[in-house]
Design a protein around this ligand. Structure first.
Ligand SMILES: O=C(COP(=O)(O)O)[C@@H](O)CO
Length: 261
């Protein structure tokens, strides 16, 4: 199992969530391809993979001797109890996860995730020593009404509001415009994304007097990955569809690290 912590400021982070995809065999095949690549030992970027709970332990074990961090797509704010269908941060850690994604727009939209539950979950995840990867993002309505900055400020402040900070507390943000995610999504213009991320980073520094990485996610692909990842305030990429097969994922990693070398 993986024992490292990720307070790393290594830039860039490049990771993928598989969302509700992959059988055990498909997950194993992905891990095998990653392990066969020299990028499995990559030191120029912090790679991470976020599989579904059903294969979390298998993926964590398969990638244990690589530089790839493994995480979960969600976790509850309680450590244990009568919460049918939920998984606690303690269980994520016990299953081999080092990181937990919190507040993805699909959870906010379809599973009633709120700023309050994101705050509770973020605090609970870091209490267990997990890295919290907090997703924030404006809806199309926000974007069209010019409310992007306001929404990001509200979500960011809420996510940070309950965290008890220590030297090893590890929180990462991902700016993921809701209008850019998934089929039919439009990738954000890199300058627009960079501008939003600069504002989020400044807000974080004001709020907690330390910098935190802010990644970009939403329709990242082999063509736009370098332009996004090389913007000054984009600390990495969080990828869905284009990284669900290992070749696609490794191709994006290669494109980005070659450019940053
Ligand atoms: O949702 C995400 C991006 O999905 P795409 O399919 O790349 O648009 C991000 O959270 C990674 O899962």
């Amino acid at each position: 199992m993986q024992e490292r912590t990720i307070v790393s400021t290594k830039r860039p982070f490049i990771g993928t969530s598989w969302k509700m995809n992959k059988t055990r065999a498909e997950a194993a095949a992905f891990c095998q391809s990653v392990k066969a690549s020299p990028l499995a030992a990559c030191e120029n970027a912090q790679l991470f993979v976020i599989p579904p709970f059903t294969v979390l332990t298998a993926v964590a074990e398969a990638l244990a001797d690589t530089a790839v961090i493994v995480g979960a797509q969600n976790a509850h704010w309680q450590t244990a109890g009568a919460w049918t269908g939920e998984i606690s941060p303690l269980q994520v850690k016990d299953a081999g996860g080092m990181l937990v994604e919190i507040g993805h727009s699909e959870r906010r939209t379809f599973f009633n995730e709120t700023d309050e539950t994101v705050a509770l979950k973020t605090a609970a995840a870091v209490r267990q020593g997990l890295t919290a990867l907090v997703c924030i993002g404006d809806t199309l309505e926000d974007y069209q009404a010019g409310r992007t900055a306001e929404t990001l400020r509200r979500q960011t402040e809420a996510a940070l509001s309950k965290v008890e900070w220590t030297d090893t507390t590890s929180v990462i943000f991902a700016y993921e415009p809701v209008w850019s995610i998934g089929d039919g999504g439009t990738p954000a213009d890199p300058s627009f994304a960079d501008e939003q991320q600069a504002a989020v980073k400044a807000l974080i520094e004001r709020a907690i007097a330390r910098p935190l990485p802010v990644l970009y996610g939403g329709s990242v692909n082999p063509t736009n990955c370098v332009e996004l990842a090389t913007r000054p305030h984009i600390d990495g990429l969080f990828i869905g569809r284009s990284a669900w097969d290992a070749t696609g994922y490794l191709g994006i990693v290669r494109n980005v690290i070659d450019r940053l070398a």
